[in-house]
Design a protein around this ligand. Structure first.
Ligand code: DHE
Length: 510
């Protein structure tokens, strides 16, 4: 009887409280900043692909309390708990329909900076090849540092949530930066001004710059496309739908440039295939079966011949040898890997790579009479070192937890690797390249996430992020391993030195 009364009163309360209408609540409260269709505007897109990557407080508390140090206000006084719950559930639903995002829509999104004036020469007197960028994810900015004095030359706003390494033009003057919402921003380091930006996809993965500096390829998750932009004016050269040979639509795991092959190489995430998109004047004639052309709009009638290679397993993450003939791929199950020879288009070896290696941040160095490649694992505290002649594991180095990023430099005897996850996220290991032993474990700030390293052009200094809101970039002497400077920054993530990037230093990811 008592249970019946309780149930009846619950029913009465439910009937007397108006039903939450999240679509209407979105239109009334969120759309102005987050765009119609939840696709983003001055605020980020509110779709599962973007929300899934956001760290920090959960969605309900962000809607209720707002987000500190951003323009996101609190809605706790305007919306009831029930409305906020329903709104949060609504935002986590995939879009019913992905709107078309082809050449026309992409071009319509392009914003060229009317105030941009290209300088004839740099407006600063630093070494142009030692300029180092720091991506500050705390408030979505990039700091431009002089790599000798560590003075900040500029600090400019980026699109929301930059991911992956920014890509420099071959002479180091321009940099292209991508956000998870698919924006590609072009910035002129000589003039210290943004040139413009364009939304190449609705949710994107990473970008690659062709070695001749003419094209930027954008790997998209949403829609399932590859966009190729002209670096000159950010206009669209081609948009190609990504479908496997059997017609299955697919996201792109990542795209990279392969300079000696004059191609972009991409792996499909939902189909076991690698694609090679040739941008050079003379694509090789391998007689491959699946070769066709992406025709760009009238302004760029250039064709981009495409070659498709079926692989024995999916490639979620991959890495090239220095000749760009071999692709090392990590398997989706996280318990192994494969080597694909791009010339013959076949797997030639298996890799012993358990623990989900993060090949995207792998690096190489000379080791005895061979070259080794090393990669941290995302699922266990190990760094795998692989001989690139035999493809055998030389050593698995035990670390204090799973790491994300590795870096070294031709002039340094050491490799630096972070511990990104777990109770030891505040340490950075330094490994000797010869003995493959950890020679020092740095703990610069107890309890803070310490991650990602970049070297100066000459390898004399290593820059390490204290990856926190009130964070810093710590400059270490790369030989003595002593701290020499601490530069306050807002949640600094990746750091990128012009010289190391444009020369494809073996100590850095490409
Ligand atoms: Fe990244 C690079 C994939 C999560 C920060 N990350 C890359 C690259 C790939 C990749 C393929 C190389 C692209 C390039 O630079 O052109 N990242 C993935 C994932 O699959 C993963 C695990 C899940 C996801 O899809 O989000 C992932 N990455 C993260 C993060 O959570 C990080 C730590 C914070 C963030 O910004 O989202 C993060 N990834 C980075 C950074 C780089 C990167 C800073 C560039 C490193 C470099 O030195 O070049």
């Amino acid at each position: 009887m008592i249970r019946l009364i309780v149930s009846l009163s619950a029913l009465l309360i439910a009937v007397s409280t108006p039903l939450a209408d999240p679509a209407q609540d979105y239109a009334d409260n969120c759309q102005e900043c987050h765009g119609s269709g939840r696709l983003g505007s001055i605020g980020p897109a509110l779709i599962p692909q973007t929300l899934g990557r956001m760290r920090g407080p959960n969605l309900i508390s962000v809607i209720r309390d707002g987000r500190e140090a951003t323009q996101m206000p609190a809605f706790g006084d305007l919306l009831s708990d029930k409305q906020i719950d329903a709104l949060s559930a609504y935002l986590k639903q995939p879009l019913d329909d992905v709107p078309p995002w082809g050449t026309e829509e992409i071009m319509a999104s392009r914003e060229l900076n009317p105030e941009y004036r290209p300088a004839d020469e740099p407006v600063w007197s630093s070494d142009p090849f030692n300029i180092t960028l720091v991506v500050e994810t705390g408030d979505h900015h990039v700091s431009v540092l002089d790599g000798d004095t560590f003075e900040t030359l500029d600090r400019f706003p980026t699109p929301f949530a930059v991911h992956g390494g920014p890509k420099f033009s071959p002479n180091g003057r321009y940099v292209f930066i991508m956000s998870r919402d698919g924006w590609v921003q072009k910035y002129d380091l000589y003039s210290l001004q943004e040139v413009g930006r364009i939304r190449a996809g609705l949710n994107s993965r990473n970008i690659a710059m062709s070695h001749d500096g003419n094209w930027v390829a954008v790997a998209n998750y949403l829609p399932n496309t590859l966009t190729i932009l002209s670096t000159e004016d950010l206009s669209v050269a081609a948009v190609q739908e990504i479908k496997g040979k059997d017609g299955t639509p697919s996201r792109i795991s990542a795209v990279y440039q392969a300079p000696p092959r004059e191609s972009f190489v991409l792996a499909l995430k939902d189909v076991p295939e690698i694609w090679e998109v040739f941008y050079g004047p003379n694509p090789p004639h391998y007689g491959f079966a699946h070769d066709w052309r992406i025709e760009g709009p009238a302004r760029h009638t250039k064709p981009f011949p495409v070659r498709k290679i079926t692989t024995p397993d999916y490639l979620d993450d991959f890495f090239f040898d220095q000749s760009y003939e071999y692709v090392m791929g990590a398997s989706r199950s996280g318990d192994g890997g494969q080597v694909i020879d791009l010339v013959i288009g076949h797997k030639i070896a298996d890799l012993d790579l358990p623990g989900m290696p993060h090949l995207g941040s792998g690096i190489t160095w000379k080791y005895g009479d061979t070259t080794v490649m090393a990669t941290p694992h995302l699922k266990d505290g190990t760094v795998s070192v692989i001989d690139m002649k035999t493809w055998k594991t030389v050593k698995q180095i035990e670390t204090l937890g799973p790491g994300f990023f590795m870096r070294s430099h031709e002039n340094s005897p050491y490799v630096w690797v972070d511990v990104f996850f777990g109770p030891n996220k505040d340490v950075m290991h330094v490994i000797d390249k010869g003995s493959l032993e950890i020679v020092k474990t740095l703990r610069p700030e107890e309890g803070a996430t310490v991650a990602h390293v970049e070297f100066t052009r000459d390898g004399s200094h290593a820059l390490v992020s204290i990856w926190e809101d009130d964070g810093a970039v710590i400059v270490y002497d790369a030989d003595t391993l002593k701290e020499v400077r601490r530069l306050p920054m807002r949640k600094p993530s990746g750091k990128y030195n012009v010289w190391n990037k444009i020369t494809f230093s073996e100590g850095t990811s490409h």
